[in-house]
Design a protein around this ligand. Sequence first.
Ligand code: THU
Length: 121
Amino acid sequence: MYETLLQKAKEASGHAYAPYSKFQVGAALLAKSGKIYMGANVENSSFGVTVCAERMAFLTAIYAGERDFKAIAVSSPQKQELVPCGICLQTMQEFCTGDFVIAGETKKYLLKELLPRGFQL
Ligand code: THU
């Protein structure tokens, strides 16, 4: 399961728009429905406008009506082991339990390990 997801994340990184950092990221998000949603980072000359690969995958899935998720794989040709940024972890927390799996090329983490105390309103 994670191999397929990682393969899709790798494919997705090829869709990145990253002319500033030259750091391409792809994400593949597995919903409990069985569907996979992909995302890639899209940068902007106003850097703060940049959207990460993980958030693109989540927002696409949410728009499609998904609310329950199993795992996400992340991949970059520029870095072997990638951990999502804090904003993306907070996005994951909105929709996932602590047992949501975050898979890199060689390591897997649970959301509760990477964001043990995320913001709660
Ligand atoms: N980036 C992601 O897409 N996901 C991450 O988890 C970390 C960083 C992107 C944002 C920016 O386009 C580039 O990688 C360098 O920070």
